[in-house]
Write a protein that binds this ligand. Sequence first.
Ligand code: FES
Length: 452
Amino acid sequence: DGATLDDLVIRDTNEVSLRVMNDHELYKLEMERIFAKTWLLLGHDTEIPKAGDFIVRDMGEDQVIVTRDRNNEIHVNLNVCPHRGMKVCTAETGNAQAHRCIYHGWAFRPDGSFIGAPVEKEKMHGNQREKSELGLKKARVRLYGGLIFATWNINGPSFDDFLGDMKFYLDQLFCRTDSGLEMLGPPQRFVLPCNWKIPGEQSGSDGFHTLTLHRSLMEGGIMGGTAESIYDNAPGMYGVDVSVPQGHSLRCLEAAQTFKMFADVSFEGKTTEERLNLLPPPGVTKDLIPQLFKNLSKEQVEQLATIPPQVGGMFPNILLAFIFAPRTDGGSSGALALHTYVPKGPDKVEFVNFIFAEKDAPEQVKRDMLQNAIQQTGTSGIIEQDDADTWPQIMRNSRGAISKTMTLKYQALHGHERPDNWYGEGLLYPGFTKDDTQWNWWLAYYDLMAEA
Ligand code: FES
């Protein structure tokens, strides 16, 4: 309707027009300028352990086949047959040494290369192009801690540039043990009637909503505080928020405070190892602790033992949730989950819930972590149900003639400030969680959308 990007993301006054959530033209541009350009999370390599294994996932509205070939290499191929545009793979997951299109039978290897068409003697693969020109379109792939990322931007920023200063923190979660993470079962998926940016923006480390929307966590004692004094006494709200210009962010919460939510034990005078033993990262059992020292720098382990990353997001559509639980025996549970919010049109999003444990953790710990993640961050979990009720109501408001003229106010912006004794880089926001990291999410959105 003639609005410019500057009318939608209003940088002078730190506002965002509610129209941004319900605009069909804008959505088309987002598919081109964000989802066809940036790195996107598709899954984990433990989902496809054997040669020929595949999963079908989405990069925005573009569907892809994620495969493992005989050389153990992972490929991401567009699920569009170059013959007449049919889906090449109609299954969601499986194992195949060749993917045959059901329309006319063209076949492709797991690496996307063209094998041939039926009726070879009549040269039905055609006489106009070499076979080498008839493969599936391939995305650029990068594995990080087993997580499969891909982008269509073949000559664009490297994955390391995409991660930026966030790597120091994310390594503590994804690259800390010798064997790494394992995904527990297929992801849970459900579709919500809202624009992808509503959960996307919240993933920019909106800790504030936890106090009110997820009040039941406080009332139940899960986040500390009491029903009477939730707003003034919620230790889980304090820490350091970290943000980077790429739009990623994390909330790092003090382990000692987090521990107090569960029991009255002090970290005072304890060594790094002793603190890790008391409140281990989710899924890190006692015998995995030495591996933390081996795979991470001294500074990374120290952070993990004192003020570890616990929740956050990666631009454009990833939520990270790491739920700590004190050790009660030799094991450790908690939960480790990632969500992606996959756009399915301007007013629909698919919520995909990936659940993890350390590959070398005992089976019982894996079972506990799966159960915890389902109970807390799953489709019927005690946390996400609150959000799944709220996001569609914001969406509904974006349709009203008057409502859509409203703006979202990012006003608790107190600026970044480096705390003492802090090892990592990035924009740092110590204290109570604020709006800065979500506003940075919108600035990253603006930058990508402004690029032609
Ligand atoms: Fe795939 Fe014709 S559309 S073989």
